[in-house]
Design a protein around this ligand. Structure first.
Ligand SMILES: C[S@@+](CC[C@H](N)C(=O)[O-])C[C@H]1O[C@@H](n2cnc3c(N)ncnc32)[C@H](O)[C@@H]1O
Length: 213
């Protein structure tokens, strides 16, 4: 894997075959498509505040992509869920959009209202995620308090009390998966840039990207 990946120079980014997952993804879609849009064919964005009718990848996908279909539906297999983040309980739903790239290939984009920790646990098979992005989130007001890149081993470095999900995430990452973090909601080693081992995986720093939409 390259160690010289900077800013706009993402053409060398190698991504293994697999799915994209973005938890608590709010307005992260343009960043995700900028990084992974031409090399991942199936995206799942999850946020408890997504809205059945208003939430779409439109405006986030590259301008040359065309929308082929859009289907929305409640997920009645799931119970209504309570979260401290929203005033009312939420009923999970998905909007599934099929987009076509300029070269004719298709991309499936799922926008899901649900608890991101449940979606990770229930909808991703072992080794199925090849790209993961969790940025601009936190443990205080306005943040999900979900520490996707945090484990009990790294607990000493955490300032928050959030749920540590790295063991669950690590089993779902495929070999060579690319993980994008701003270092928040993560064990301190993710901020240092040196290789380390955690949750049964070896983690290597591959470069910086612009955190802008
Ligand atoms: C600080 S915002 C960051 C959002 C996104 N990264 C951005 O910059 O637009 C945290 C997001 O997490 C969502 N959220 C909070 N708890 C969640 C949960 N348990 N599952 C899924 N999304 C959650 C919120 O609705 C909010 O959009």
């Amino acid at each position: 894997m390259s160690t010289s990946l900077f800013d706009d120079d993402i053409s060398g980014l190698e991504v293994a075959p697999g799915r994209y997952y973005g938890p608590g993804s709010g307005r992260d879609l343009p960043i995700a498509f900028r990084l992974f849009g031409d090399r991942v064919d199936r995206f799942t964005f999850c946020d408890v505040n997504y809205h059945k009718h208003r939430t779409s990848a439109c405006g986030g996908v590259p301008a040359e992509w065309t929308l082929i279909s859009r289907v929305t539906g409640r997920d009645d297999r799931q119970p209504e869920k309570r979260t401290w983040y929203t005033a009312d309980p939420i009923q999970p739903f998905s909007a599934i959009e099929i987009w076509r790239r300029r070269d004719g290939s298709e991309v499936m984009v799922e926008l899901r209202r649900d608890l991101a920790q449940d979606v990770l646990e229930q909808q991703f098979a072992p080794k199925s995620i090849s790209a993961f992005l969790h940025i601009n989130d936190g443990g205080s007001e306005g943040g999900s308090n979900l520490v996707f890149l945090g484990s009990d081993d790294g607990h000493a470095g955490h300032r928050d009390s959030g749920e540590r999900l790295l063991p669950m995430l690590a089993t779902r990452l495929c070999h060579g998966a690319v993980v994008v973090t701003d270092g928040r909601m993560a064990d301190p080693e993710f901020r240092i840039g040196r290789p380390f081992e955690r949750a049964g995986k070896r983690w290597e720093f591959i470069g910086h990207i612009r955190n802008s939409r």
